[in-house]
Design a protein around this ligand. Structure first.
Ligand SMILES: Nc1ncnc2c1ncn2[C@@H]1O[C@H](COP(=O)(O)OP(=O)(O)OP(=O)(O)O)[C@@H](O)[C@H]1O
Length: 296
């Protein structure tokens, strides 16, 4: 099995996997976008999925979150309480509601005409409907609904504080600067109480200050809520700064798996990013160092 021969440079003995991807393949017509991919994400970790354009990162995300049905393979998520879900057999709605996996998308998908607070309340719609007993009478006055409604405002306020957006709670979401909209999307996903949060390029288009604010939010999610995070990211400063574990894809296969330091120095990863063969890596790195005036 090709994937098992790759080095996993993390201490997997002490880690508790929240997600296991086993022999995942996804074919689009004649194109094998993902080819026999296996990796794990560990509970409480921030795991980054990286790789050059077209490597298959978004396809993996879409399989994990129920948007695509994989051609082959198994995706198991195990919740903290021990309940297991085979995500490849579930719809995107079930993955979110039952397995408690939330996601954001490459393109921001907020309700731009609703306020910042309203965006977070809409995200809790399922919980509120459940509390209403799915009846109009419930909506109109049942104590359970009133309690749930008050709780959902508290949850929204909590995440607005965390995302540093509390001062903008009553502004239309569409009026926020880009970086703040990204944080609002993450806050919205967190309002659904996920055990596993999947973020598709959260730092895309952010300026350095917004990137720092994002890093801070993700670190606080990991620390305070214990939610495990899987993110796709091109911004290496974000990946290296906040990830506990990095999985690198190229042409739909795993080429490296380990700590940020391990993958950063892995010749296969360097070769993939520079677009050269493995045996040419050292030569190319020497050339780069020469043009930059020596090693850094
Ligand atoms: N729905 C689809 N139909 C056909 N081909 C697809 C589809 N989705 C992805 N692909 C192809 O699968 C391959 C992997 O694409 P994917 O978007 O997963 O890569 P990626 O690593 O996320 O790339 P990027 O970093 O550019 O977003 C690409 O060759 C892409 O063109």
């Amino acid at each position: 099995m090709a994937t098992l021969t790759n080095t996993v440079a993390t201490n997997t003995m002490t880690k508790d996997p929240i997600l296991k991807v086993e022999h995942l393949s996804m074919r689009f017509g004649g194109l094998m976008a993902i080819n026999d991919l296996s990796f794990e994400a560990y509970r409480g970790d921030i795991t980054a999925l990286i790789g050059p354009n077209g490597a298959g990162k978004t396809t993996v995300f879409n399989c994990v979150t129920g948007f695509y049905k994989p051609t082959m393979g198994m995706i198991t998520m195990r919740q903290k309480a021990g309940k297991e879900f085979l995500l490849e057999r579930m719809t995107d709605f079930e993955v979110n509601r039952d397995a408690k996996v939330a996601r954001t998308f490459q393109n921001i998908r907020l309700f731009s005409g609703l306020t910042v607070l309203e965006n977070l309340l809409v995200a809790q719609h399922n919980m509120l409907m459940k509390a209403s007993g799915y009846t109009v009478l419930g909506l109109l006055g049942m104590p359970a609904y009133k309690k749930a409604a008050a709780e959902s405002v508290d949850i929204a306020r909590y995440w607005l504080e965390k995302a540093d957006l509390i001062d903008r709670a009553d502004d239309p979401a569409g009026d926020l600067p880009y970086g703040a909209q990204r944080r609002l999307e993450i806050a919205r996903a967190m309002c659904t109480g996920p055990e596993f949060l999947c973020l598709d390029e959260p730092a895309a288009g952010l300026n350095p200050r917004e990137s720092l604010a994002l890093n801070e939010l993700l670190r606080s999610i990991r620390k305070d809520s214990g939610t495990s995070i899987l993110l796709i990211e091109h911004d290496m400063s974000v990946v290296m700064e906040i990830s506990d574990h990095v999985v690198v894809l190229e042409y739909g296969q795993k080429i490296s798996d380990g700590t940020p330091d391990h993958v950063k120095n892995d010749p296969k990863v360097i070769a993939a990013y520079l677009g050269v063969e493995d045996d040419e890596v050292e030569e190319v790195i020497e050339e780069i160092e020469d043009t930059q005036g020596g090693p850094h």
